[in-house]
Design a protein around this ligand. Structure first.
Ligand code: ATP
Ligand code: MG
Length: 173
């Protein structure tokens, strides 16, 4: 039997983002590593930078206009370009989700598992009805800046983080 390469190589990345401009640059690099169908969960306290990172990703992928947390509507759809492909992205903010049942009743599960990229703030509010993510991101306040940790939880997630690592590694002279 072959060893389970997925678990042996699952990337766990950590970076310090000293200022908001670094979040913007990181979001742009991450946007280039995305692929259709990825499900990304964003965890972290109020003000940790979940929406700031999402905004940076969407704008780097060609979205013109504001990106705000969909605090009351809970979900906001976007259409962006990744590579040469137009891709649907749905940004969720589940902070005000009353119960996991509300998530199901709203039909949100239909977005997961097809070609739509789902980015979910406050995933813990949906509890067990939320499908498991490809990538889990944890943001935390660190001094004046932010700390970001990314963990791949599927093959698709691992491939995305490998593309991100390659993009962030400066070429050797
Ligand atoms: N690397 C950084 N260093 C310092 N400040 C940052 C950095 N990245 C983002 N910020 C700032 O942190 C704040 C993050 O706010 P944001 O709305 O993104 O938080 P959030 O995690 O989405 O919170 P909520 O849970 O309320 O939705 C913004 O004021 C933004 O300017
Ligand atoms: Mg937010």
């Amino acid at each position: 039997m072959q060893p389970n390469q997925t678990h042996l190589q699952a990337p766990h990345l950590q970076f310090h983002l000293p200022a908001e401009a670094d979040t913007v640059a990181f979001g742009a690099a991450f946007a280039r590593a995305l692929a259709p169908g990825l499900h990304i969960q964003l965890r972290g306290n109020l003000g940790a930078g979940k929406t700031a990172l999402t905004r940076a990703m969407l704008q780097a992928a060609g979205h013109r206009g504001p990106v705000r947390s969909p605090t009351y509507t809970l979900a906001e759809p976007y259409s962006v370009v990744i590579g040469n492909q137009r891709v649907d992205v749905v940004h969720f903010d589940l902070y005000r989700l009353a119960s996991p049942e509300e998530f199901l009743d709203a039909g949100f599960r239909e977005y997961f598992g097809n070609d739509t990229i789902c980015i979910v703030e406050w995933p813990e509010k949906a509890g067990p009805v939320l499908p498991s993510p490809d990538i889990m991101i944890l943001l935390s306040i660190a001094g004046q800046g932010r700390e970001i940790e990314l963990q791949a939880l599927s093959d698709q997630g691992m491939q995305c983080l490998n593309r991100l690592t390659a993009a962030l590694t400066p070429p050797t002279p």
